[in-house]
Design a protein around this ligand. Structure first.
Ligand code: DGL
Length: 251
């Protein structure tokens, strides 16, 4: 299978990392809309417009499947994207809800949902979790984590001060949904702040779980063909990709 991975910027590379670790695909084409990131502070109409342009972009590549690696887009624009698409599209929110349900036996588990302002305003995770009979959750827009991660701040005083700012009224959750593709990079810091026992739901691992449940994979691809596109400064995307994905020098 040849797949397209779409994100508002670099965050979706954390999803690509999970896809590469599981060696599911022969070819992966990544598009990050780096010129217009962040999407998380934009309104629904704008997010839909940008997302539809991404569907058009991938029509040039004859892909078999598109993974929307951005929670913000998955929460707001999946239906509209599917209406104009010629290939199937799956998103990280549905996968994240299912991964949460699979990780927690007790429907009374205390779940903390983190995401951008747009993702949290959509209530997409709450709606999905309510359908699966979970009732004990609260959601928090933690948009400041996005620029921190982009600045490679994954630990330290400034991040801890931000945790205190966002979470002073939060009790230690049983699970945290990392409802933004940047947030896996601060997983360790979140576990240090809350508890080592807290389960973290990662969009990349969730989408792999979802794919393995819904598609048949008969072969592994340890050396997939990778292509990266960015709407602005592709060199910056390449630099982050190399670091996060441990790519060789010539990639
Ligand atoms: N990738 C986005 C998400 O997962 C975060 C960055 C943005 O705001 O565009 O929600």
């Amino acid at each position: 299978m040849k797949i397209g991975v779409f994100d508002s910027g670099i965050g979706g590379l954390t999803v690509v990392k999970s896809l590469l670790e599981h060696q599911l695909f022969e070819e992966i084409i990544y598009f990050g809309d780096t010129a217009r990131v962040p999407y998380g502070s934009k309104d629904k109409t704008t997010i839909i417009r940008y997302a539809i342009e991404a569907v058009e972009f991938f029509k040039n590549f004859d892909i078999d499947l598109m993974i929307v690696a951005c929670n913000t887009v998955s929460a707001h624009a999946l239906d509209e994207m599917r209406e104009v698409s010629t290939y199937p599209i799956i998103g990280v929110v549905e996968a994240g809800v299912l991964a949460t349900a699979n990780a927690l036996e007790d429907k009374n588990s205390n779940i903390l949902i983190l995401g951008t302002k747009a993702t949290i305003n959509s209530k997409a995770y709450e709606i999905g979790l309510t359908k699966l009979k979970f009732k004990n959750f609260h959601a928090k827009a933690t948009g400041l984590f996005v620029p921190f991660v982009e600045d490679e701040i994954y630990s330290g005083d400034i991040l801890e001060a931000t945790f205190r700012h966002y979470f002073s009224d939060s009790k230690t959750p049983d699970a945290i949904i990392l409802g933004c593709t940047h947030f896996p990079l601060i997983s360790d810091a979140l576990k240090n702040y809350f508890s080592k026992e807290t389960i973290l739901i990662h969009s990349g691992d969730a989408i792999v779980e979802y794919l393995e449940l819904n598609f048949e994979f008969s072969k592994k691809y340890p050396q997939p063909k990778l292509d990266f596109f960015a709407s602005e400064d592709p060199e910056a995307l390449r630099a982050v990709g190399k670091k996060w994905l441990n790519l060789e020098e010539d990639k």
